[in-house]
Write a protein that binds this ligand. Structure first.
Ligand code: IPD
Ligand code: CA
Ligand code: CA
Length: 283
């Protein structure tokens, strides 16, 4: 198991233990996937099964420990009490395309959402575990963000020319390609680099760890970003939508260190506006 901090509260102990168990199983499956690359059919069906097994392991472990918590999970949707106060928001395998191709950059993402009024919820805790690197990113609101037992802090860079940003590139069947191109065209000449590693939850955590200065992606699902939003904020980062509003639960994410988030947000907002002006209905 990843060496997590003795500061873990009981709720985080439950969460990290469940995620570690599901992660070990996924790592065994990942070993199989590497063998299946050469087969004609490829590992598609096997990976779908691994994804479902991961979700089921998490459901069983978390239900046993916290029977009154509801779930929002990528594969099975919502379950548990409708009048929930606490809810797990879970992606049992983030970075599926990487997993499928034998690329060791994928994770389990699990956030904790609390209802604060009939209409409003907030994110209060989360963990993102990459079993291939044995990196457990975790945070609780007001406690701080950690990578295993080490405190996390966003980078201090202020200069765009030295900054590295991550993003998610739209792929076949996904809209907003014109918006993405408009944003990329604007940011490329201003920065040291743009990366696309392929796991949104890890992109938020890597920004929290100061590996990138920022990250943007439009149209994420709640399970992609619930845990990462808490982790980034607790590491001193800023995360909003392109208009500067709370990105939860819209999934329109602009994240960064406090020095460079305003500039990144401006570029993303300008790119979106320009694409919409050029072709209001373009995908
Ligand atoms: C995807 C990954 C990817 C992001 C996509 C997500 P999945 O999640 O996080 O990096 O660009 O928007 O859907 O499908 O691998 O769980
Ligand atoms: Ca995902
Ligand atoms: Ca997934």
């Amino acid at each position: 198991m990843a060496p997590v901090s003795p500061r873990l509260t009981p709720a985080m102990q439950v969460l990290t233990a469940a995620v570690t168990k599901a992660g070990k199983r996924l790592l065994r499956d990942f070993g199989e996937v590497e063998q299946l690359q050469v087969s004609v059919k490829g590992p598609g069906d096997f990976v779908s099964q691994a994804d479902l097994r991961s979700e089921e392991t998490l459901r069983q472990e978390l239900t046993r420990a916290r029977p009154n918590f509801a779930f929002l999970m990528e594969e099975s949707g919502v379950s548990g009490a409708e009048d929930w106060e606490w809810r797990w928001v879970i992606d049992p395998l983030d970075g599926t395309t990487n997993f499928l191709h034998g690329i060791p950059h994928w994770a389990i993402s699990a956030g904790v959402e609390r209802r604060i009024s009939p209409e409003k919820t907030e994110l209060v805790a989360g963990c993102v575990y990459n079993p291939a690197s044995d990196e457990m990113f975790w945070a609780e609101k007001g406690v701080g963000a950690f990578l295993n037992d080490r405190r996390l802090r966003v980078s201090g860079r202020r200069d765009m020319l030295q900054a590295v940003f991550a993003t998610g590139i739209p792929f076949a069947g996904v809209p907003r390609k014109a918006e993405f191109s408009a944003i990329l065209n604007r940011i490329m000449p201003q920065v040291a680099g743009v990366r696309r590693f392929g796991a949104a939850a890890l992109d938020l955590c890597w920004t929290a760890a100061g590996r990138y200065e920022g990250y943007w992606e439009i149209g994420l699902k709640p399970w992609d970003c619930a845990a990462g939003i808490v982790i980034l904020r607790e590491a001193g980062g800023v995360v909003t939508d392109p208009d500067g509003e709370d990105p939860w639960p819209s999934g329109n994410i602009v994240a960064g260190n406090p020095n460079l988030h305003p500039k990144l947000r401006e570029i993303v907002a300008e790119g979106i506006a320009a694409a919409r002006t050029a072709a209001p209905r373009a995908g």
